[in-house]
Design a protein around this ligand. Structure first.
Ligand SMILES: NC(=O)c1ccc[n+]([C@@H]2O[C@H](COP(=O)([O-])OP(=O)(O)OC[C@H]3O[C@@H](n4cnc5c(N)ncnc54)[C@H](O)[C@@H]3O)[C@@H](O)[C@H]2O)c1
Length: 418
């Protein structure tokens, strides 16, 4: 603890979640040590450069002091450690715990040298049972250690905003002392704090993401029908959203959900449900609909250009959502693959995500400007960046997966669900 009563916090794993947690607590006056195995990321953070594009985070990192290091031993100087490693899917959809287990083991080694109490907080998303069955056994011989699970609910694009002003904080605990310390750390955040056992906290996170994903597949399915009936699904969603039992969020019909979280959290929950003998029918169908939805862009395109072989197809937007450069599980991947299979030539533009997309599709497609994309035979819009509302779409064939209103001026305009 520092003299002012503020804590010393170590954050292990400085991805979107870890870096947001680190910057968020530093903004509240705590001393923060950030630990990551990636030396380039560590160097950038020490130079106050944000290693990812996240608007609020990029600005805030310049105003806080975070000591970044690749040395897990530095966690010894902290009171609380947040474990923020990635939890990607395995080939069978179940959760891969390597990036959570490894840092937990490294921390366990370090904590064996500590003489006083230390709180370890799991911030990563895991399926119910992981804290108890996997994390506790790793840490149990590491001296006086308390453990909590405290899932993160941030949305990429508004990550820091969501950390600073969360809608709720969930703390999973199995001893009062650990829960109290974490609860005190969140004093003044101005939102409900729900304290539960480990499994319940883990399930709250999983069920929340599964519900959001379900809403998206639901409105996409309604939207597909609306399109054939000549109904604007956005008007339908607006009408539904006024009902407070329904609410208006996550009812934007489009090409489906991508990103690091919703797809893999859903497959992990499906795998867990099956493991315990449950039949997750709704969740499996949500995934199925989400796989099919982006391919509707090609069906709509072919209504106007039946054979894509040799045609030049432009793509506006590669990031899975605006405000980020993240292309993990972005629907642009499925669409580019399908277009390449059809023999199309592809030109793409994204204001932020082109460097990351290049790592996936290097010289198979052309990276250009928005004007360059608009010279194509037809253009697909895949991310709702604001700047796409300032382009000149007249005389173009536009297939819009994200509802860019300006694009309606195109010579031929097809909205995916409207
Ligand atoms: N991305 C989101 O929007 C979001 C939102 C809520 C929850 N989550 C969950 O939070 C967790 C982290 O997500 P993310 O997107 O930040 O992941 P990420 O993969 O972007 O970041 C993980 C970081 O951990 C580092 N790392 C790996 N092994 C390490 C080790 N042994 N020691 C120290 N650092 C190590 C990596 O270099 C990387 O920087 C996941 O479980 C995810 O499901 C993510």
């Amino acid at each position: 603890m520092t003299k002012s009563g503020k804590k010393v916090i170590s954050v292990i794993g400085l991805g979107v979640v870890g870096l947001t947690t680190a910057v968020g607590f530093a903004l509240r006056g705590h001393r923060v040590i950030g630990i990551d195995i990636d030396p380039q990321k560590v160097r950038q953070i020490n130079e106050k450069i944000c290693p990812i594009y996240e608007e609020g985070l990029g600005k805030a990192i310049k105003n806080v002091e975070i000591i970044a290091t690749t040395d897990h031993g530095q966690a010894l100087d902290s009171d609380i450690s947040f474990l923020c490693g990635g939890t990607p899917p395995k080939a069978d959809g179940s959760i891969d715990l390597f990036y959570l287990e490894e840092p937990a083991k490294q921390l366990a080694e370090v904590l064996r040298m500590k003489k006083s109490y230390h709180l370890v907080v799991i911030r990563s998303t895991v399926v119910p049972g992981i804290t108890e069955k996997v994390i506790i056994p790793i840490l149990e011989n590491s001296g006086e250690v308390g453990i909590c699970i405290n899932p993160e609910f941030l949305r990429e694009g508004t990550a820091l905003e969501d950390f600073v002003a969360p809608r709720r904080i969930v703390i999973g605990e199995n001893d009062r002392r650990a829960g109290d310390i974490l609860c005190n750390l969140y004093e003044g955040f101005g939102c409900p704090i729900l304290r539960t056992d480990f499994k319940t906290a883990e399930m709250i996170k999983q069920a929340s993401n599964a519900f959001l994903a379900t809403r998206i597949s639901f409105i996409n399915e309604i939207g597909n029908t609306c399109k054939e009936l000549g109904i604007d699904v956005y008007e339908v969603a607006k009408g539904m959203g006024y009902d407070e039992r329904i609410g208006s969020e996550y009812l934007r019909a489009g090409i489906g959900f991508g990103g690091f979280c919703l797809p893999k959290d859903l497959t992990a929950l499906v795998a867990k449900a099956k493991e315990v003998g449950s039949t997750p029918r709704i969740l499996e169908e949500v995934l199925h609909l989400n796989r099919e939805q982006p391919l509707r862009m090609l069906e709509l395109l072919k209504r106007h250009i039946p054979s894509l072989k040799g045609k030049v197809i432009g793509i506006l937007g590669l990031a899975f959502k605006p405000g980020t450069d993240d292309v993990r599980k972005t629907k642009a991947i499925d669409i580019v693959e399908a277009l390449l299979d059809e023999g199309a030539q592809i030109k793409v533009y994204d204001p932020r995500a082109m460097p990351n997309f290049k790592k996936l599709f290097d010289n198979k497609i052309e990276y250009t400007s928005s004007d360059g994309v608009l010279t194509a035979d037809a253009v697909l819009i895949l991310t709702e960046w604001d700047e796409f509302n300032n382009l000149d779409y007249r005389n173009k064939i536009i297939i819009d997966g994200r509802r860019i209103l300006k694009a309606k001026e195109a010579r031929i305009y097809e909205g995916i669900c409207w």
